[in-house]
Design a protein around this ligand. Structure first.
Ligand code: GLC
Length: 802
């Protein structure tokens, strides 16, 4: 499958000289004398699209990845016909296209720095077997250049020196070196000389990336068919590259309901009903917060989607209602394989309407999955997606299921050598008929999209919640995701940490792993350490195969239960902080997790770090990833940081030892941060929140923090019914000022902020709220200085003696 990009490869062909040039608004066409055309689109001043054909005309331009909401438009576009090249100039980039070879060089328009340069550039090999081309691109890898992104690759965060393939694959018990696995996100960020840029190769065929592995100074990417079609995205800040990529491929269409950011408990499988109830009531009895309980495939009748096993679940509607009364949202699994059974309504409808995938010569695509032999809906057909979405009416509207979990949508097929559809299977591809070679990588995405459509409709006016295993770029618009069938080992804890960070820098933030490991059984210690990491992953779910024992928080010993409870409680306290980060992600594409390189690219020490990351904007986390640890060494990025547990301030920019026995983990808060916190609840909505705590971390200097609030579900926030509070902190040696700026029409249920000031270097002599002196007798001190203020304060001024 993998083809080298070597220039020596016998079949390689290359563009010849440019003979003609044309401009059509934002599209520039460069014609060569061997039928190669380069279409360069100026998407934005910092985003250029390069598209090549070798046959003198382009195919229909269609992409599942690019969203119709992507920002377009530029401030400047000048084209200069020079002696050896064409020069394209925007306000951010200068791009040269060589007349002799069509090779591209891209410079920073402001300082003239060469950011990215073609090596051979575009070349191709004819595919005699399938028709079309194997399309290839090679670029120079610069001194000290690092590479990041590419979705769920389970190895080192920095991709340099590695080669990867993208072909969505069911990968039970994958390891660090397994490639490819579940997702295809052909997007990476390159970083050198403090300039970051991104490349998104929007091609759904099997694609490969070589990050200076084959040749030390060359990066190349290629695909087994389709067009050479990529976007170049300039930063120079890595965060801006990721935000632009996310803008292009789409932010989630709405915020998740807040409960979806709570804790989820899952297992293959909880049944019958009494077992489900036993699990949920134990959570309540032991006072371990939990919002969601999952039903895996055994809830169905013979694994037929959209049916119930009436022996295990005689009255699902009643059960789901009772669970809801106890604060549990029920999430159910739905797979793509539809059992071949002429008495099964979903199968009959699919067959009658010709909704199932077919082989090249017209036979149905038949494959074995859990229910035995199945047919598979062609989710790339919009009519099939509409039908599929309508199937959720009963499950959601009538029975009251709150979330749907899409699995096996690579699509996974058992007992065949390649574990998926054969290449010849036909797909509609939204009116661009093609084979599975082209549709494979987006099949799962389109299934999740159709599921999302159904949930969005039938959950209304509440928000939908979907989870998917398979994904292509852009899938984040519709759904959350998990990292598939991992294993209960320490190495997998390391992998989970990498994957969540990598997905975040690949535009897909709402991600988590099967906490504790899906296959095999974790020790209590491993389980505890994994929950600790999970607190800081956007999707927070324990799941296991159930073959090797239980993985509920009480399945180990009492110490484990107590520590796990404490950490899940921390997650519930941090919900307003995480929700605010989510709002930033949904509105601006800001990554939810920032690897250190994404946080501080200027500091080269961060370029090869893997373990530490920033959760949201101001909390630094580093999981413990080995047994018997009493702490660990970690790199603390530049700036001053408060140890979350002790309030000790450390100066970053260096590696240091941090104590973290089993009941703790390294967590730091950026100085100057204002961290909003909820009281602990057993589930979202258990309590009416009348007070929010603001943990204020004194800084001699300035820092901005935010708090976003709304109804925690529904769509009112889109109509302006949200509340965004910006806290601007200014600290001096004997005073601390917090100014609040308010925006939005939502009236929050909370009226009071309990302000807890950490690390104040002076003794308080006076406090003013909006210029009025408040009695300092109101100050409580329990390590921190605490005062309650009205939520609408404009300025809180704390004065003191040195
Ligand atoms: C797959 C999923 C796993 C699920 C199982 C049964 O292995 O990845 O999460 O529990 O199928 O449905």
């Amino acid at each position: 499958m993998i083809v080298n990009t070597e220039l020596e490869s016998k079949g390689n062909q290359f563009p010849s000289n440019i003979v003609n040039f044309q401009k059509d608004v934002d599209k520039l066409y460069f014609y060569t004398d061997n039928d190669v055309i380069l279409e360069l689109t100026v998407v934005r001043d910092s985003v250029l699209r390069f598209r090549y054909t070798t046959v003198g005309n382009f195919d229909n331009d269609f992409s599942y990845a690019i969203t119709k909401y992507a920002s377009i438009g530029y401030n400047k576009l000048e084209i200069d016909d020079k002696k050896d090249c064409y020069e394209v100039l925007t306000s951010k980039l200068r791009c040269e296209i060589s007349k002799e070879s069509l090779r591209v060089s891209i410079y920073d328009a402001i300082d003239g720095f060469l950011i990215n340069q073609d090596e051979i550039g575009f070349h191709w090999e004819e595919s005699y077997q399938y028709g079309g081309n194997i399309v290839k691109m090679s670029k120079i890898s610069n001194d000290g250049e690092s590479y990041y992104g590419l979705g769920d690759k389970p190895n080192h965060l920095n991709l340099k020196g590695k080669r990867y393939n993208n072909w969505v694959t069911d990968s039970y018990a994958y390891g660090k070196d397994t490639d490819p696995i579940y997702k295809t996100i052909p997007f990476y960020t390159g970083l050198h000389h403090n300039k970051a840029y991104g490349i998104f190769f929007d091609n759904t065929f099997s694609s490969s990336f070589d990050f200076a592995q084959e040749r030390r100074n060359v990066v190349s990417f290629w695909a087994q068919g389709g067009e050479m079609n990529y976007y170049f995205i300039y930063g120079p800040a890595m965060n801006d590259v990721v935000e632009s990529y996310t803008d292009l491929t789409g932010k989630p269409h709405q915020l998740p309901p807040l409960w979806a950011l709570g804790f989820h408990q899952c297992k293959w499988s909880y049944y019958p009903e009494s077992k489900v109830k036993e699990v949920t009531s134990t959570f309540r009895k032991l006072k371990i917060p939990c919002d969601a309980i999952y039903l895996d495939i055994d809830y169905m009748d013979g694994f037929r989607c959209f049916t119930w096993n009436k022996e295990y679940f005689p009255d699902p509607k009643r059960m789901v209602k009772e669970l809801a009364e106890d604060g549990f949202k029920t999430v159910a699994i739905i797979d793509p394989g539809i059992k071949i059974d002429k008495d099964y309504a979903v199968f009959k409808e699919g067959l009658e309407n010709d909704y199932f995938c077919k082989r090249a010569d017209g036979a149905y695509m038949k494959g074995k999955v859990w229910p035995g032999e199945c047919y598979f809906p062609d989710f790339t057909n919009p009519e099939v997606r509409d039908w599929w979405s309508s199937l959720f009416k009963e499950l959601i509207e009538d029975i009251g299921i709150k979330g749907v979990w899409n699995d096996m949508n690579e699509p996974a097929v058992m007992e065949v050598p390649n574990k998926t559809f054969p290449d010849d299977v036909r797909h509609d591809y939204d009116g661009n008929p093609c084979s599975h070679r082209k549709a494979h990588n987006i099949y799962g995405m389109q299934m999740a999209r159709a599921t999302y459509q159904g949930l969005k409709k039938y959950s209304h006016p509440k928000r939908p919640f979907v989870i998917t295993r398979a994904a292509y770029s852009g899938t984040q618009r519709y759904t959350s995701s998990w990292t598939g069938d991992n294993v209960a080992t320490w190495e997998h804890l390391w992998i989970a940490n990498i994957q969540a960070q990598r997905m975040s820098m690949s535009g897909f933030g709402f991600v988590g792993s099967d906490i504790g490991g899906f296959a095999e059984q974790p020790s209590g210690e491993l389980f505890t350490r994994w929950v600790q990491l999970g607190v800081f992953h956007p999707f927070f779910r324990v799941h296991s195969s159930g073959d090797h024992g239980d993985q509920e928080p009480w399945s180990f010993d009492e110490d484990v239960t107590d520590i796990v409870r404490k950490f899940i409680e921390l997650r519930y306290e941090l919900l307003p902080y995480l929700y605010t980060a989510f709002w930033n992600y949904v509105d601006y594409g800001t990554p939810l997790l920032k690897s250190l390189v994404l946080y501080d690219q200027e500091d080269v020490q961060t370029h090869y770090r893997t373990d530490e990351f920033i959760f949201g904007k101001q909390i630094l986390v580093c999981p413990i990833q080995e047994a018997n640890a009493k702490g660990r060494r970690m790199y603390v990025p530049r700036g001053n940081w408060y140890n979350y547990w002790t309030d000790e301030v450390v100066k970053g920019g260096k590696e240091m030892w941090v104590d973290a026995d089993i009941d703790s983990m390294p967590v730091f808060v950026k100085e100057g941060a204002v961290i909003p916190k909820y009281p602990v609840q057993q589930y979202v909505g258990e309590k009416e929140i009348t007070e929010i705590t603001l943990d204020v971390y004194y800084k001699n200097g300035k820092e901005k923090s935010e708090l976003f609030s709304d109804a925690n579900d529904g769509y009112d926030y889109i109509k302006g019914r949200y509340s965004l509070r910006t806290f601007s902190l200014t600290g001096r040696s004997n005073e601390l000022i917090i100014n609040q700026h308010k925006e939005g029409k939502y009236i929050t249920p909370y009226n009071i902020f309990e302000v807890r000031i950490h690390g104040l270097p002076f003794e308080i002599t006076e406090i003013q709220v909006d210029n009025e002196i408040v009695s300092i007798d109101l100050l409580k001190s329990n390590g921190t200085q605490t005062i309650k203020v009205d939520k609408n304060f404009s300025e809180l001024h704390v004065l003191g003696n040195l």
